[in-house]
Design a protein around this ligand. Structure first.
Ligand code: AMP
Ligand code: MG
Length: 472
């Protein structure tokens, strides 16, 4: 029996200059590593036998109804503009449409395309399994994100270091892969017809209630503000917030050198290529404003009156910091047990975070310990907690059920960097048990399960991951 995907490919119906029609480049020996059965069921996808799924998710066989293509886009990378990026190692097979929900089905690591530049179009198993685990964990944490439908090994060697590494392909699901950089691509070419077609497509697909470009921008800004606040609330550092990795849908995409905080410090950077900390943990709310300003700039030609456009877009972008701050305050308020939060309460949050930074407290475990543990033990100097605690306790007296609020906001489990690395090392050596175990445990991150207690521990000194890599 063969896999069935209910394709309906709206992006492929856009003008030809939006993409290059092409099939994935077949691989030598596809093997199925993982198939996300619950996600497939949600999407109306009927699984096939293992061999046929391995062929399809490797790009060796094109499923019925697919219209494979590589998408064109541009983007600011670390602040510098590249007018042409595009899917250099990905193919959009098409869109699954089921129960009114439309999602992209994309193979990542599927071979060179006209947008590959110097790259080989491939991925090795590390980044593929990392994205699988982390994107699914983010979903379980309640953060809007692309999902992982499948992973296959290719039987080919990918050269990222001497000796080579096993190749793999991820099947990624997203509500779309339209990026700020997609608008920038056509704006840079002064292609107004394409911008209009893209605008109409985005409104139709993601924001059917949007009334005009200003309204669309405000809605994207709102979703991105909420998204970044959610990242912060689980200690997530995206690592490459380039405009080509920022979606119009407001979902997290492109898990490259991303990482989760262990010890809290606002300046934390993991990415090996982020020399200046542009994408540091606490800089994410600033960068997203910058990215939205780039989107606004690219959308100016959509307005008939350019002066009016600049004025209204500027207003929308300038409103963003307060918006992100609002979502941030709500999210962190819940983390300390406050169902609603006033501005006066905010110092409770900032004081705790400052003390955590000074006391080298573990981000995830400290917040969880507020309801289910001994938070003072998380600090190198417990006095840093003791100083803060009385005001917090007094404030909690006004709450009905602060324990429930905290337990719903503070996960027990996150994909800790050292566990992800350990899982990758095992997989490369042929042992996929840690991959399966991590996925299963992280599907219920708020559940306090003694069987997964080892996954809660911060890294021992010799396990600390100091740097993460794009893996491209
Ligand atoms: P990223 O940093 O993953 O967002 O990728 C930035 C750009 O580089 C995109 O256009 C990718 O398609 C392209 N790219 C990344 N890795 C490769 C690769 N191995 N081969 C070809 N293109 C790549
Ligand atoms: Mg990217």
């Amino acid at each position: 029996m063969s896999l069935h995907i209910p394709f309906d490919n709206s992006y492929a119906r856009l003008p030809d200059r939006f993409f290059t029609r092409m099939s994935p480049v077949p691989v030598r020996e596809p093997h199925l590593i993982a198939f996300n059965t619950p996600l497939a069921a949600e999407l109306g996808i009927t699984p096939g036998d293992e061999a046929s799924m391995a062929r399809i998710f490797a790009g060796n066989e094109i499923p019925v109804g697919a219209e494979p293509l590589a998408q064109a886009y541009a983007g600011h990378q670390f602040g510098g503009f590249s007018p042409q990026l595009g899917d250099g190692r990905a193919n959009l097979l098409g869109e699954a449409l089921h129960d009114g929900r439309r999602v992209d089905i994309q193979l990542k690591g599927s071979g060179p395309t006209p947008y590959s530049r110097m790259g080989d179009g491939r991925a090795w198993m590390g980044p593929v399994l990392r994205e699988y685990v982390v994107s699914e964990a983010m979903h379980a944490l309640g953060v809007p994100t692309s999902r992982a439908l499948a992973a296959v090994s290719t039987g080919e060697t990918v050269y990222r270091e001497p000796g080579g590494l096993p190749g793999a392909i991820l099947t990624r699901v997203a509500s779309s892969h339209i990026r700020v950089g997609t608008f920038q691509y056509f704006a840079a070419r002064r292609d107004l017809d394409a911008l209009k077609a893209l605008y109409a497509h985005v409104v139709d697909r993601h924001y059917p209630d949007a009334t005009d470009p200003v309204d669309l921008l405000s809605r994207v800004i709102d979703r991105q503000a909420r998204l970044v606040a959610q990242w912060m609330s689980v200690g997530f550092i995206h690592g490459v917030m380039n405009t080509d990795n920022t979606t119009l849908s407001g979902e997290t995409i492109d898990y490259g050198p991303c990482a989760f905080l262990d010890t809290y410090h606002p300046d934390t950077v993991f990415s090996s290529i982020d020399m200046r900390g542009r994408y540091a943990f606490s800089n994410q709310p600033n960068v997203i404003v910058w990215n939205m300003a780039q989107l606004a700039t690219a959308m100016v030609p959509l307005m008939t009156d350019e002066d009016e456009a600049v004025e209204k877009f500027t207003k929308a972008v300038h409103a963003m910091p307060e918006l992100t701050h609002h979502y941030w305050r709500q999210a962190f308020g819940r983390k300390i047990g406050l169902s609603a939060i006033s501005e006066a309460d905010e110092t409770l949050i900032t004081d705790l975070l400052n003390n955590m930074a000074h006391g080298q407290a573990d981000f995830t475990n400290t917040f969880r310990a507020l309801s289910d543990g001994k938070p003072r033990d998380q600090f190198t100097d417990p006095a840093l907690f003791d100083d803060w605690e009385p005001d917090w306790r007094t404030r909690l007296e006004q709450e009905d059920d602060p324990l429930a609020t905290m337990r719903a906001a503070n996960p027990v489990l996150i994909p800790r960097n050292h566990r992800v690395e350990e899982m990758i090392d095992a997989a490369v050596a042929g042992d996929f048990a840690p991959f399966a175990r991590l996925n299963l445990a992280l599907s219920q991150p708020f559940v306090d399960d003694p069987d997964t207690s080892d996954l809660r521990h911060p890294p021992a000194p010799d396990e600390v991951v100091h740097q993460t890599f794009c893996g491209t």
